[in-house]
Ligand binder design. Structure first.
Ligand SMILES: [Cu+2]
Length: 173
């Protein structure tokens, strides 16, 4: 009888030990799935450039995202070393005044190309650490909901807005 009880306890212990292992397997599978999706490289990032500006000022990064995949994705974050803070922004017109604001995500629909361009979506660079001079290059790390992190190189260009509007110090407009 005593031996039976011991075995029973061992079985219970076995069940409790198995539960965390099952959880671990599920997350491993999920990780493997994420890696597989990212490695399909359905997203192409091209024409990455930033507006030239002096240290301490704000600037912005613009780029094109091509989604050749069959599933939608979302750009959810961006990071650079050249600015104190990097945010994903959009320009909105309210009462005929152009403003910009942070967005949680930019939709990248399957089969489409999304442009981050002056007057629209952009990666906002707040507080440049150094001057960004035309011809300079720096890395930008983009985080997508499905594709994960993709690092691209931005080329600094001198840019004069063709619509004639420029709000000094705002950079992203
Ligand atoms: Cu902005």
């Amino acid at each position: 009888m005593k031996r039976k009880q011991q075995m029973f306890r061992l079985t219970i212990a076995g069940i409790f030990l198995t539960l965390p292992l099952l959880g671990g397997c599920a997350s491993l599978e999920r990780e493997a799935q994420d890696v597989a999706e990212a490695s399909e490289r359905t997203l192409t990032i091209q024409n990455v450039w930033a507006r030239s500006e002096d240290a301490g000022q704000n600037s912005a990064v613009y780029l094109e995202i091509v989604n050749r995949g069959e599933v939608d994705d979302q750009l959810i974050a961006a990071e650079t070393d050249v600015a104190g803070v990097t945010e994903v922004h959009e320009v909105v017109s309210r009462d005929n005044v152009m403003r910009m604001q942070e967005v949680e995500q930019v939709e990248i629909p399957a089969g489409e190309t999304v442009n981050l361009e002056p007057g629209g979506y952009h990666l906002m660079l707040f507080g440049l650490v150094d001057d960004l001079d035309a011809g300079d290059e720096f890395d930008v790390s983009l985080t997508f909901d499905r594709a994960g992190e993709i690092t691209v190189t931005a080329e600094v260009r001198h840019h004069t807005p063709d619509h004639g509007y420029r709000d000094p110090g705002q950079g992203g407009l």
